[in-house]
Design a protein. Structure first.
Length: 147
């Protein structure tokens, strides 16, 4: 977005700002979620469709879901050297990313466990050792010679 007050644009600065903001938002999202913190992330040009099969002919295509983050920063305080608005916006972006990625992850896991028959309905029962044992018995778990 061009501002009429700009004399010229430095594309290199815009590119560096986007890269650093993305990295900061990603790290803030991971700091909010121990699960995301354990997941590896790699930069890529495109994300392919993931095809999950259940071994019995059932298939599930998981389309990549874009995560869009909206950030707003008041430029005047930033140009005066006050970066609090930038930090606040980046933190809000981290929260948005963590929420979007977590929702996508758990939704995908739900679809995969449904396809593979590993979904167990607690039917309102509280979590207990008996329920966990029942859930594990319902799943096919493969072991190799090392356990």
């Amino acid at each position: 977005m061009d501002s009429p007050d700009l004399l010229f644009r430095l594309i290199e600065y815009e590119s560096a700002t986007r890269r650093h903001a993305f990295r900061a938002i990603d790290q803030l999202a991971r700091a909010r979620s121990p699960l995301l913190a354990q997941m590896r992330s790699e930069a890529t040009e495109a994300i392919p469709v993931s095809l999950i099969t259940d071994g019995a002919g059932g298939e599930l295509e998981l389309e990549p879901l874009p995560v869009t983050i909206g950030l707003e920063v008041d430029v005047d305080p930033v140009t005066a050297g006050d970066l609090a608005g930038v930090y606040t916006a980046l933190d809000a972006g981290g929260a948005q990313q963590e929420e979007a990625l977590s929702k996508t992850l758990f939704s995908s896991l739900s679809e995969i466990t449904e396809l593979t028959g590993n979904k167990v309905d607690a039917a309102g029962r509280p979590l207990s050792w008996d329920f966990l044992t029942e859930a594990l018995e319902a799943m096919e778990i493969r072991f190799d010679e090392n356990g």
